[in-house]
Design a protein around this ligand. Structure first.
Ligand code: SAH
Ligand code: MG
Length: 188
């Protein structure tokens, strides 16, 4: 797994907010224990999380990235990791993409203010036994910094999403203190 380490270091060096190791370890356990086969990830960046999950599980992963440069880097990293048969990367804005496949796990790891939009957009693609995981519910990034309009919006949007999940009667949601704070929602 030398290559995975290089992708991680490169991402950290370029300030790309990759998923934390404890979050990835949690997902590997979830995927293995529940036999989740088909995964959708929104927000590939340079492919670190998708390559990590494909390397540690047997799952098939579809991952979406809207930024061209990051998409190209991710594609290169996936090919060089010999995982192109198990990771399908799509260059698109996830919100303008309609997929027909069904997924056992949907990972929301893109724009922090759009969690709820992604949740609703891909809900029709969630399988019966499916889970939706959302990364970056933490607000650590706003602490000790001046409260600009953007930061306030980020705080409001995050709280709105947490309320949306907590009040969503179709799902049972757990909030976990892992990495940058995550939620895991399962259909009731
Ligand atoms: N999952 C990655 C990190 C993703 S960072 C990892 O752990 O390795 C978030 C990424 O989401 C960024 O690269 C950003 O370009 C992408 N993104 C943001 N909004 C998006 C959208 N609407 N559709 C697709 N990708 C999006
Ligand atoms: Mg993240």
């Amino acid at each position: 797994m030398v290559y995975l380490g290089l992708i991680k270091d490169e991402a950290l060096k370029n300030n790309i907010p990759i998923m934390h190791d404890d979050t990835l370890a949690y997902l590997v356990t979830l995927i293995s224990e529940h036999g989740l086969n088909n995964i959708l990830e929104i927000g590939s960046a340079t492919g670190y999380s998708s390559i990590y999950l494909a390397s540690h599980t047997k799952a098939l992963i579809t991952t979406i990235e809207k930024d061209r440069e990051r998409y190209e880097q991710a594609l290169k990293n996936i090919k060089e990791s010999n995982l192109i048969a198990r990771i399908n990367i799509i260059h698109a804005d996830a919100l303008s993409l309609e997929l027909t496949d069904s997924f056992d796990l949907i990972i929301i790891d893109a724009a922090k203010t759009k969690h709820q939009l992604f949740f609703n957009h891909f809900l029709p693609n969630l399988s019966e036994k499916g889970y939706i995981m959302t990364d970056n519910l933490g607000l650590g990034c706003t602490k000790g910094k001046p409260l600009t309009k953007n930061r306030q919006r980020l705080i409001d949007k995050t709280n709105e999403y947490i309320t949306f999940l907590s009040n969503n009667l179709a799902f049972e949601t757990e909030f976990l203190n892992l990495g940058d704070q995550i939620s895991i929602s399962k259909r009731k």
